[in-house]
Design a protein around this ligand. Sequence first.
Ligand SMILES: [Zn+2]
Length: 86
Amino acid sequence: MGCRGSDSWSALLRVVAAKDADASGSSPVHLRPDPGHRMPGRGAWLHPRPECFELAVRRKAFGRALRLQAAVDVSAVARHLGVQHP
Ligand SMILES: [Zn+2]
């Protein structure tokens, strides 16, 4: 995902949707970092680097990878990576 670089999954950060992906509503789906790869559900994977994160956000890759219809809120993932994100 993101930069499409190849890497072992153990080197990647897993990101999951905090609430059920098929929940309808106007509020965005909050994404959470899952560095321990333990949270249930569908995950999106990216390199734990700011540039990879920004690329994924620009490409709306999280919504695609997690099959989300709603908008996503990536602020928790941004904080985890130490990225300034509006
Ligand atoms: Zn990457």
